[in-house]
Ligand binder design. Structure first.
Ligand SMILES: [Zn+2]
Length: 383
């Protein structure tokens, strides 16, 4: 069975399902109850019942307020895939974006009104990277099921699939574009979503549908905000989609550290690939990262940095076999932010994958540090 890199899912289901879910790692096989749950999806979407007030406040697109005048947080409750409970058929933590947002609010690090809420990305911008044929194919649930690696999706009506699955992806992609604009203006932006690095111009894969980072690069280039970009992809899986989207573009430099023996196969070629062996631990990983980061920044000479911080490098992740501790992951992210900060490069964080029970908490701790008062100045805030 090949491993894949989804970005959302249910921890509870992962625990129930064990390491092998049959033909697909993404969803359990359809049950009779699936049909009923899918039938409830549209009603659940429309009703929005049971949504906490702090989530209701981050649905309509609007501006927020930069923290410490230079750190912007981007999130929309419309990132959430909501099928009236059927989304729990997915193997991974589908609620991680909302969990991180709510914890940041609960801990007083942000207020809902601080958050920049993005609009849905439009077709014109999707076409900056994706082919019209691919966008047309996404309207077929059978094709979408292939990209999500789940036959379960074929049970959905096309309109429900668009509203319940594709639209959240479009909002999260709009979030990465907005975060990139904010980073250029204020210095640092975090999108509590995105990092769909397996999406290619003409196909999806690994639960990635829209190539949010390449799209953001093309949009900002078209607006004259940037010319050159650096993508630092530290998810355990290689960002093959980003690499394919950026092939032959000398203005975009892709730096990718990934486990060599897991999905995707075959690997694509980035400007700087650092393949990692299974079982690698903190010291060796951080030594490799800190050794290669200056080279990536020197060669890229970017106007903006995109950082994909997948936490499937964490020891015990279901889809990868690296063995990093939470502390090393927080240090990993700090190294990149500090490198960008020292060079005064705008930087955008997107979340990517991560499929262990602890994944969202590790990501939360790293984001909490980024939101800390001194993060962008290259000093360490309390973790
Ligand atoms: Zn991954």
């Amino acid at each position: 069975m090949r491993a894949v890199c989804p970005v959302i899912g249910s921890e509870q289901l992962a625990r129930e399902s064990g390491p092998c879910l049959g033909r697909s790692l993404w969803f359990r096989q359809p049950q009779r109850s699936s049909f009923c749950l899918i039938a409830l999806a549209t009603a659940a979407l429309a009703a929005g019942c049971g949504v906490p007030e702090s989530l209701r406040l981050v649905q309509q697109p609007r501006n927020g307020i930069p923290l410490d005048e230079h750190v912007c947080l981007v999130y929309s409750q419309r990132y959430q895939i909501n099928l009236g409970g059927a989304e729990r058929l997915h193997s991974f933590d589908i609620n991680k974006y909302a969990k991180i947002y709510l914890q940041l609010v609960t801990d007083g690090l942000i207020r809902p009104e601080d958050v920049y809420v993005p609009a849905e990305i439009g077709r014109e911008d999707l076409l900056r990277v994706h082919t019209p044929e691919y966008l047309a194919r996404l309207r077929q649930p059978s094709a979408l099921a292939r990209y999500l690696e789940s036959g379960w999706v074929t049970l959905m009506l096309p309109g429900v699939a668009d509203a319940a699955i594709l639209r959240p992806f479009r909002y999260a992609t709009g979030g990465t574009v907005l975060a990139a604009r904010l980073a250029v203006r204020y210095g640092v932006a975090v999108n509590l979503g995105g990092g769909y690095h397996h999406a290619e111009p003409d196909r999806g894969g690994g639960f990635c549908i829209y190539a949010d980072m390449p799209i953001a690069i093309r949009v900002l280039q078209s607006e004259g905000l940037i010319r050159r970009a650096l993508v630092v992809d530290l998810d355990a899986h290689q960002g093959n989609g980003t690499a394919r989207c950026m092939t032959g573009d000398d203005d975009v430099f892709t730096f990718d550290m990934h486990e060599e023996d897991i999905y995707p196969f075959p690997k694509e070629t980035n400007d700087l690939d650092i393949p990692l062996t299974a079982g690698m631990e903190d010291d060796e990983y951080l030594r490799l990262l800190s050794g290669h980061l200056p080279e990536a920044f020197d060669r890229a000479r970017p106007d903006i940095v995109f950082l994909q911080v997948g936490v499937d490098v964490l020891a015990g992740d279901r889809l990868a076999r690296l063995r990093l501790t939470p502390e090393a992951i927080i240090e990993r992210d700090r190294l990149v932010f500090d490198e960008a900060g020292r060079r005064r490069f705008p930087i955008v964080m997107v979340l990517g994958g991560g499929y262990s029970r602890q994944a969202w908490q590790v990501q939360y701790r790293s984001i909490r540090r980024v939101l800390g008062r001194h993060a962008y100045r290259g000093e360490s805030a309390s973790p």
